[in-house]
Design a protein around this ligand. Structure first.
Ligand code: SF4
Length: 357
């Protein structure tokens, strides 16, 4: 692969790097060590957090995370339940599990140092092509270009890519190779990400202020609204149904249990709820309700929680019982639900109940 630049790419890289000098976002994981490159551990953690979560939502959680676990050594000593508890509110808990598995592998195989080779990173749990490239590019200044949504948008517009789906991907990869900075890759990757979030915006790009306008095919052909070509929308989102149960004792504690280690919200705690089904008529009362023959009151408010591939329609019920020990269950104080490790969907269910009492 030849990485020699022609004039167009050299110009774009130079211009965007210059723009970045004055407009870089001040993100905590970007802080440079010795004024050179960011801390690879910080980049590693931030890339896991940024999968499916916005930059603004990640910033405070990243700071909190680094405060608690400032090094790989410290993070590699914790149990999975601890990181899952921390991850509450960030969603997509498989990320937290994979992050810890990866850190443990790095501790063992790479002597607590984040690898700087693509081949060592790509085999870690939760690390795909984008994340591996983001880490070696941003943290180690290797000449690569990870394609996130911002970079994809800029590349498709600059080169006027109007292909769909698979063909689009092939073309993006082909053109992205041309836009790799050989010597200043770390800054250039971050510069493109920032440029996409500040100037080359998804709906209405600010083309009149764009410094690479002269080289942008989409701009010249008046196609900025059509590029990137949108994915063809698939059928409406799948619906699933469940009933959740708030079982409360005389100390204002609710009954919770741990979810299975596989499937949605792996190993997270939850309030008892029925198996999630696509046909509402097939809902079967959860065993805990059946075995105690509890008398239930329905909460009027209903809740729909949106997961990536389906919407979960939730009806909630509550009942009061005397505090007793139940195998595989524990009692959780209603005052502690915000830092209990309950995933967001479960917290919302509990809050529906709290509003009533
Ligand atoms: Fe994006 Fe407009 Fe600049 Fe093209 S001219 S790169 S569409 S901001």
């Amino acid at each position: 692969m030849s990485l020699k630049k022609n004039t167009k790419e050299t110009y774009i890289i130079r211009k965007i790097l210059k723009w970045y000098k004055h407009n870089a976002r001040n993100l905590p994981w970007r802080k440079k060590i010795d004024q050179k490159l960011p801390n690879p551990y910080h980049i590693f953690i931030s890339e896991f957090m940024l999968q499916q979560t916005t930059v603004n939502a990640v910033i405070p959680r990243f700071n909190e995370f680094i405060n608690i676990w400032p090094t790989i050594e410290k993070l590699s000593k914790i149990k999975e339940s601890r990181i899952l508890r921390f991850w509450s509110g960030l969603g997509y808990y498989a990320r937290a599990k994979n992050l810890l598995k990866s850190i443990n592998l790095i501790a063992k195989k790479h002597n607590y140092i984040i690898p700087n080779e693509y081949s060592d990173l790509i085999i870690l749990p939760g690390v795909g092509d984008y994340t591996a490239k983001a880490i070696i590019g941003i943290a180690y200044n290797k000449p690569v270009l990870p394609i996130d949504a911002n970079i994809e948008r800029i590349v498709t517009r600059i080169y006027g890519i109007i292909k769909l789906e698979k063909e689009k991907k092939t073309q993006i990869n082909k053109f992205a190779k041309k836009l790799i900075s050989l010597n200043n890759s770390s800054n250039f990757i971050q510069a493109l990400m920032d440029y996409g979030s500040a100037v080359c915006l998804p709906k209405v790009p600010i083309c009149n202020k764009c410094i690479v306008q002269n080289y942008c095919v989409a701009f010249k052909k008046n196609l900025t609204k059509k590029i990137p070509v949108k994915k063809i929308k698939k059928n409406l989102k799948l619906k699933k149904y469940t009933r959740a149960y708030l079982i409360v004792n005389e100390f204002n504690e609710i009954l919770v249990r741990r979810r299975p280690a596989k499937g949605m919200l792996q190993s997270m705690i939850e309030v008892p709820n029925d198996l999630w089904v696509e046909n509402k008529k097939k809902l079967i009362r959860d065993n805990i309700i059946k075995s105690f023959s509890l008398k239930l009151s329905k909460i009027k408010e209903k809740h729909i929680y949106s997961f990536t591939h389906f919407d979960l329609y939730i009806e909630a019920y509550f009942t009061k019982i005397k505090k007793i020990k139940i195998k595989n269950y524990k009692w959780l104080s209603l005052n502690r639900i915000n830092n209990s490790g309950l995933p967001t969907v479960m917290r919302k269910i509990v809050k529906m109940f709290i509003k009533l009492v």
